[in-house]
Design a protein. Structure first.
Length: 206
């Protein structure tokens, strides 16, 4: 028979300042033939990649993905050729120049360029993750003590610990402005929030 205990979930949150802008760029071209669409899409993506390389974005911070080719149709269902698309994700580590780099990359590819997403990240979140875990455990302990008091019992030893998920999400200061004519997107890093959750069971003493 299981003895008395209390199980609670604690949450810890740590605000951090992002130091990386993740730009999900791409190229998309519609042409009369598959090969023509592929060639033009590839050329546009090479133009984007060349700008990133000249800006000092290292090979490890550039990754291509999501290559697609599909038949294009007009509003009335008439075939309009073939569309080729591909994405390129870049991690930009200088936030002061990141917007200009993105703008230059898009400008190099012209009408074929696509900006799918901009997001912020922390290059090394380990310290913040550890702090979030500590806060999550303390939060759980505070709750457990209160439940023990309400039950007119005393908190015993920890019997089980189960870690939940960790995440990094934008805080209230996060903002991303639209692209201005002739320039790159204006970005504000704001804050990210590293969070952790933990479920802990304590025994209850008389």
């Amino acid at each position: 028979m299981r003895h008395d205990g209390v199980t609670v979930t604690g949450v810890g949150r740590v605000p951090v300042t992002p130091d990386v802008l993740v730009a999900n760029l791409g190229a998309e071209v519609t042409a009369p033939s598959v090969q023509s669409a592929l060639d033009r899409c590839s050329a546009a993506l090479v133009s984007i990649n060349d700008v990133l390389k000249r800006a000092g974005v290292s090979d490890r911070d550039r990754q291509t993905a999501g290559a697609r080719v599909f038949q294009a149709f007009g509003p009335n269902g008439t075939p309009q050729g073939w569309t080729a698309s591909q994405q390129l994700t870049a991690r930009l580590r200088d936030l002061g120049t990141a917007g200009d780099i993105v703008g230059a990359a898009i400008g190099a590819a012209g009408d074929a360029a696509r900006l799918h997403d901009l997001s912020f990240a922390v290059d090394n979140p380990a310290e913040a993750q550890t702090r979030a875990r500590d806060l999550a455990f303390e939060d759980a302990k505070t709750k457990a003590r209160r439940y023990a008091e309400l039950a007119e019992r005393r908190l015993g030893v920890v019997e089980a610990v189960s870690e939940g998920g960790q995440s990094g999400s934008p805080g209230p200061g996060h903002a991303m402005r639209a692209m201005a004519f002739g320039g790159g997107p204006s970005v504000e890093a704001g804050e990210l929030e590293i969070s952790a959750a933990v479920e802990v069971r304590w025994g209850l003493l008389s």
